[in-house]
Design a protein around this ligand. Structure first.
Ligand SMILES: *Cc1c(COP(=O)(O)O)cnc(C)c1O
Length: 383
């Protein structure tokens, strides 16, 4: 057996082994497990996009290496989309790089801009890839706790000056996974100013920008003055259009950051299949009524779950965005998750898996239908 590199040995352990094993065991015994654990839309890709791919894949001119920052027509569509929905002006020539899913860009970015020993400021609980990309590139992670008492926003003033002086990257993700919170404009402006003052690059993860409720679209980072001087935004078709399997995302914002990432990628991959980019173009320029329908479905699921959990957890916060419910349980989240699995065959994700500040929480993903949510609630009533 070959031994993995020391670098691989330093990756964080996979925390859900025990849950996965128990889930399989229950399924093998014939139990119907209800799974709130998966942050992956359960519904199929929107049909107009599937049709667009059937058409685009038949054109042999898209079958070769794509290379570069992505197709010009797709980049134009992304720029138009920012104009229409985010009130942000993005130059399609210099300020957009198409990615193989936004995770790819998030993981690779530190290789282009972070020197060994320099710090990345990373929110916790948070998406694990911020730390993993930083670690693999030889950087240091400084974790900023997201506390409920602070609106799940990091306290930038609490970062020690010794860390701040060696900091090169700041990751922010709103609407946030896993806490489901949105960032107010004042905070984003403060973060932009902080990055300007301390010469730090702001990496803004907007994967859930389109999954919002009550018609309240969250404020967009790139619409704010100064954002493009310090920042780059990662966005993706995955969550908005049920396209997680397709691997299409992009980075946009500051031209030198976009260029650095694109140059790194030229040396690693050869771009996103052009047929997928053409289908992605249809996703962005076609009528968005189907996206509104998806939001309505998630909103109903959210309402059923939050209403049901309220009896036992009166302090529960209904998310304003994302398809997650971040629930504070009384006691340890991992114990709560274990009890739900053993007594009710329900899977939820223990918050600690996203960072130590998630210890008293569990995350429910609204990626199962209303009927199953109702069934899960009645099972919970019986334990
Ligand atoms: C799902 C997700 C992503 C990445 O999605 P891709 O499919 O790689 O585009 C990025 N950030 C967060 C917080 C996510 O939850």
């Amino acid at each position: 057996m070959w031994k993995l590199s020391e670098r691989m040995g330093g990756l964080p352990p996979y925390l859900f082994i025990e849950i996965d094993r128990k889930k399989k065991e229950l399924q093998e015994k014939g139990f119907e497990v209800i799974n709130f654990g998966v942050g992956d839309p359960d519904m199929p890709t929107l049909p107009r996009i599937v049709e667009a791919l059937k058409c685009s894949v038949s054109d042999s001119s898209v079958h070769r290496y794509p290379f570069g920052k992505g197709r010009k027509d797709f980049r134009n569509a992304i720029s138009g989309y920012y104009d229409r929905y985010y009130n942000a002006s993005i130059d399609p020539e210099e300020e957009i790089c198409v990615l193989i899913g936004s995770k790819e860009g998030i993981a690779h970015f530190p290789f282009a801009f972070l020197n060994p020993g320099e710090y990345a400021l990373i929110p916790e609980p948070g998406y694990p890839v911020y730390h993993i990309g930083t670690f693999l590139a030889g950087g240091q992670s400084y974790f900023m706790p997201l506390q409920q008492s602070n609106g799940f926003l990091p306290d930038l003033g609490a970062i020690p000056s010794s860390v701040r002086e060696k900091a090169k990257l700041l990751y922010l993700n709103y609407p946030n996974n896993p806490t489901s919170c949105c960032a107010p404009e004042e905070f984003l402006l403060e973060a932009i100013q902080f990055c300007k003052d301390h010469h730090i690059i702001l990496l803004y993860d907007a994967a859930y920008a389109e999954i919002f409720y009550e018609g309240k679209r969250p404020i967009s980072f790139l619409s704010l003055p100064g954002a493009k001087e310090v920042g780059i935004e990662f966005h993706s078709l995955s969550k908005t259009y049920n396209m997680t399997g397709w691997r299409v995302g992009w980075a946009c914002g500051n031209p030198s950051l976009v260029k650095g990432l694109a140059t790194l990628k030229e040396n690693i991959d050869s771009g996103t299949f052009e047929a997928l980019q053409l289908a992605g173009l249809e996703a962005l320029v076609g009528p968005q009524t189907d996206v509104a329908n998806l939001r309505a479905i998630y909103q109903r699921r959210r309402d059923v779950l939050v209403e049901g959990l309220k009896k036992r957890f009166p302090e529960i916060i209904a998310p304003e965005a994302t398809f997650y419910v971040w629930l504070k349980v009384s006691g340890d989240g991992a114990d709560f998750a274990r009890t739900l699995l053993e007594k009710a065959q329900i899977v939820v994700t223990p918050g600690i898996g996203f960072g130590p500040s998630g210890k008293e929480y569990v995350r429910f993903a609204l990626t199962i239908d209303e009927e199953k949510i109702t069934e899960a609630l009645s099972r919970m009533d019986n334990i």
